[in-house]
Design a protein around this ligand. Structure first.
Ligand code: GDP
Ligand code: MG
Length: 763
């Protein structure tokens, strides 16, 4: 016998446990999430039980219709690549919806084996499923499994291999008379020359007027007209359109089948999961609970350190690493050692004040980040995040937005790039564009050090500041969504979004730890690559410059009293707008010279100094760079000379705090908060902008998205700074009035009725 490699496709609904089963069957490692649509790419692996068999993980889908990218990817694979068998994973706690896909899979002419998953939950709830009868009615073999616990997984693989070798699945379900009549005609005139077992699927798709199948079969106009007659006749008789007829009949069939097969333990009884959901997704309580949950997450990860009477272990560890990495031995210590070795001064500067100061500043926040990611992964894995999408859908829908927008947002809390890519699951182009435009408002992992720095160093470890960063991101998305939806560009009804809530379950620690580590590690890797390189560049730009007409290292030039005369100091003081005794060598650095004029843009936001300006702009390379940049710019202050060696890492952040106070006229905290808001909401890093460009697939729309983000960030930070000074003191009347006008415009756009735009969308 020939030794052909067998290919098995793993198909199933989103959240049915596909990834979990795939990992168990192939031993490959990937991230396991809880929301539908993350698995867009194709994954393959060799079965552990038989290395010769290749398993392909198809995207999670609800049906084989051509409406979402996932569906198209999955069905093209099934039809064109013709795997030897389909292993259909079915969530036993959601049989009705899951079997909708199953009925379609059995029509493809490919042997199907069902892995009936989540049987642990079914057994725990006391429900029972008559598996033998279900298997008979569907015409395929069923193996009961629990992918999570690994029960029955091997048997499912073996059954799929057997089916691939010599199995056959014949669809057991027939549609109503008029439909079957039409199907028979269609089969006869269009696909009778295809292999028999595949004819039925094509006939059904032609009946549904599936454009993609029509194109693929290259049917002549004459034949098309012929089958159109058949379809129209059935539609007339059943008084519905063809596609709805098929959908309805499938659901009716499944519903009737399940009556005798699925027995709930004592009707009307709520499972634990249902009981939790009654509270957690309650119309009134849902949002407050969400706020409390996220507050706890931020309190534990980035709030007040346990050393200062708070609960945050993350902050405690970050304080400690900042002391170590941010100063004492990394920056100053390494400088002392390198100088001791007789290393050239510029190289000492590059290594100690450039690379170590920049990378150290970023790495200092790793503990907070790991704790934050650990908790987000926990919420994700136990099923809570899926509820958030559900709750958000309810809120979004009221404003004509699709809840699907919230899934990319959840992904974006890790990194904006997969977040932007996850918007592919949104089929409606306008909704997708809007989601691509707004998703990166979420605080991603790389923005976390900015939050940690502002909340920790400038607000003394305030949990509210850190939590507010998260909700400012969410609010920015909701507000932008509502405002944009009322413009001509984005008007239109939201795509329907059916979200299935998986039952709550205890988190699988392996998944959670792996997810946390993967996100944390990618952060550390970036610190070791992108941040090292940009720190070197920033160090160069802050160390070199032209002082009184002479180019060189600014520190050295400032030692030369012939170059830096008293008159020259006065010139610099005037240019920088600081007192003469505050002039420092860095004021003449290339970075200061370039950033100083740009800082005008941020004057109305309270942080119009060259240092935060430079940090903000370099943040476009990578958001970690904002903090790395502060690390370098404040690494040491030459005027204090020797004393510096005694100081520790906290000192750097203290200097940042003092500097914010000095250039904002004593409102350092408010200015820092405006700075944080601007940096959270403005254009994301270049890599994420690239992702936006790819998903928009249009230069114009990319410009729109980036432009919108920057303007929105500026306006919100402006309002916060101007209105905030009502409370902090030092009001600027013109600024305040302008801020109030902008605020009023936003509120007006939010409250204005949606009708107008709807009219515009009707062509
Ligand atoms: P996918 O979207 O189909 O890839 O689903 P996942 O593999 O990500 O699983 C969704 C969620 O269901 C995860 O949190 C899994 O831990 C959980 N899960 C998967 N299989 C089982 C199972 O057999 N029993 C239980 N209780 N949970 C499961
Ligand atoms: Mg998955």
């Amino acid at each position: 016998m020939e030794n052909k490699k067998l290919r098995i496709a793993l198909a199933g609904n989103p959240n049915s446990g596909k990834t979990t089963l795939f990992n168990k069957l192939t031993g490959s490692n990937q991230f396991v999430g809880n929301w539908p649509g993350v698995t867009v790419e194709k994954k393959e692996g060799r079965l552990i039980v038989d290395k010769e068999v290749i398993l392909t993980d198809l995207p999670g889908i609800y049906s084989l219709s051509p409406y979402t990218l996932e569906e198209v990817v999955a069905r093209n694979y099934l039809i064109e690549e013709k795997p030897d068998a389909i292993l259909n994973i079915v969530d036993a706690t959601n049989l009705e919806r899951n079997l909708y896909l199953t009925t379609q899979l059995t029509e493809l002419g490919i042997p199907v084996v069902i892995a009936l998953n989540m049987m642990d939950l079914v057994k725990k709830s006391g429900d029972s499923i008559h598996v033998k009868e279900l298997s008979r009615q569907l015409g395929c073999r069923i193996v009961e499994i629990s992918a999570l616990k690994g029960d029955g997984v091997k048997e499912a693989a073996t059954a799929a291999i057997e089916a691939a070798k010599n199995g056959k699945t014949i669809p057991q379900h027939s549609f109503s008379g008029p439909v079957e009549h039409a199907l028979a005609h269609i089969e006869e005139v269009t696909v009778h020359n295809l292999p028999e077992e595949r004819q039925r699927w094509y006939a059904i798709k032609l009946f549904e007027r599936d454009e993609k199948v029509l194109e693929g079969l290259q049917i002549t106009d004459e034949v098309k007209a012929h089958i159109e007659n058949d379809i129209a006749a059935a539609e007339k008789e059943l008084d519905d359109d063809a596609e709805s007829i098929i959908t309805n009949e499938r659901y009716i069939y499944i519903g009737q089948m399940l009556k005798g097969i699925y027995k709930k333990k004592g009707t009307g009884q709520l499972t634990v999961s249902d009981k939790i959901d009654k509270i957690v997704t309650n119309r009134i309580l849902a949002l407050p609970i969400f706020v409390v949950v996220m507050f706890l997450v931020y309190a534990l990860s980035m709030g007040t350190s346990i050393a200062d009477g708070g609960v945050s272990i993350g902050t405690f560890l970050t304080d400690w690493t900042n002391d170590v990495l941010g100063g004492a031995w990394l920056t100053d210590g390494s400088r002392a050692i390198l100088e001791g070795w007789g290393v050239a001064p510029w190289l000492v500067g590059l290594i100690s004040d450039g690379i170590f100061a920049g990378v150290g500043a970023v790495l200092g926040f790793v503990p907070q980040m790991l704790v934050l990611f650990l908790m987000l992964c926990l919420l994700e894995d136990c099923g809570y995040m899926a509820r958030i999408a559900f709750i958000m859908d309810r809120i979004f829908r009221r404003f004509g937005l699709s809840g699907k927008s919230f899934i990319p947002m959840l992904v974006a809390t890790g990194c904006g790039i997969p977040g932007v890519m996850a918007s592919r699951t949104i089929e409606n182009e306008r909704d997708r564009r809007m989601t691509v435009t707004t998703t990166t408002f979420m605080p991603c992992g790389a923005k976390m050090p900015i939050i940690g720095l502002i909340a920790g160093a400038l607000f003394g470890g305030s949990t509210w500041v850190a939590t507010s960063a998260y909700f400012i991101g969410v609010a920015a998305i909701v507000i932008s969504g509502i405002m944009l939806k009322k413009t001509k560009m984005f008007a239109g009804d939201p795509a329907p979004f059916v979200m299935e809530l998986p039952a709550y379950h205890l988190p699988a620690w392996g998944n959670v730890l792996r997810g946390t580590w993967e996100r944390g590690w990618s952060f550390i890797k970036r610190a070791g690559t992108v941040i090292v390189i940009s720190s070197i560049i920033i160090w160069f730009l802050t160390s070199f410059g032209t002082v009184n007409g002479r180019f060189g290292m600014v520190d050295d030039l400032y030692e030369d009293e012939e170059v830096v005369t008293d008159e020259y100091i006065a010139v610099v003081a005037d240019r920088m707008g600081v007192p003469e005794d505050e002039v420092e060598p860095m004021d003449d650095s290339i970075l200061a010279r370039v950033a100083q004029p740009v800082s005008i843009v941020f004057k109305p936001l309270g942080f119009g100094d060259w240092k935060p300006t430079a940090a903000t702009v370099t943040g476009l390379v990578a958001k970690e760079e904002v903090v790395a940049n502060f690390g370098i710019m404040y690494a040491y202050d030459d005027q204090d000379g020797e004393e510096e060696l005694e100081e520790n890492g906290d000192q750097i952040w203290d200097r940042v705090s003092e500097d914010f106070d000095s250039f904002s006229g004593g409102h350092g905290k408010l200015a820092a908060y405006a700075f944080m808001i601007f940096n959270l909401l403005c254009a994301p890093c270049f890599a994420a902008m690239g992702a936006i460009k790819r998903e928009m697939n249009s230069g114009k729309w990319t410009m729109f998205a980036i432009g919108y983000q920057c303007c929105f960030a500026w306006v919100i930070a402006f309002i916060v700074w101007q209105v905030g000074r009502l409370f902090a003191g030092g009001v600027n009347v013109i600024g305040l009035l302008l801020a109030l006008v902008l605020l009023a415009l936003i509120v007006w756009q939010l409250l204005k009725p949606y009708k107008e735009a709807q009219k515009l969308s009707v062509h």
